[in-house]
Design a protein around this ligand. Structure first.
Ligand code: HEC
Length: 113
């Protein structure tokens, strides 16, 4: 019983460390980014069960995008700023780009199990 408690405590500590990155984001940016994403991006990027793209014509879900190795908010902003031809041009402002990147990055913090 005691050993099991200790194990749960360690797991809790690991989760807290893993979620620490989220706290670095201003809650307001994340909230704005989520609202924008739900309005502009969800129909392509936030489908239930959507994962990483496995074929050229697939669309990666935002959770998969956030969990890519070496993913950064700057990387997401750079992608959006390049106005990729396979995505609609949403004419996003600088603030909107960063809010979207902040929101997408928080999705990667969700425990995988
Ligand atoms: C009409 C569908 C569509 C909409 C709407 C859309 N996207 Fe995309 N997006 C795509 C497709 C298709 C790709 C995959 C491009 C590829 O890898 O060839 C993509 C890829 C991405 C990627 C990953 C880029 C990478 O590094 O592989 C990001 C980040 C992204 N979109 C963000 C957004 C955001 C933010 C919005 C809303 C403002 C949005 N998208 C709206 C279709 C869409």
């Amino acid at each position: 019983m005691n050993a099991r408690r200790a194990g749960a405590g360690l797991l809790g500590a690991a989760l807290t460390l893993g979620l620490g990155a989220e706290a670095a984001w201003a809650a307001e940016d994340v909230r704005r980014g989520r609202a924008l994403a739900e309005r502009l991006c969800a129909q392509c990027h936030m489908m239930p069960g959507q994962g990483e793209k496995r074929a050229a014509n697939e669309i990666p879900g935002f959770v998969a995008v956030a969990r890519r190795r070496n993913q950064t908010p700057e990387g997401i902003v750079a992608w959006l700023r390049s106005v990729p031809p396979m995505m609609p041009n949403h004419h996003l402002s600088q603030d909107e780009l960063y809010a979207l990147a902040a929101f997408i990055m928080t999705l990667g913090d969700t425990p995988k199990r």
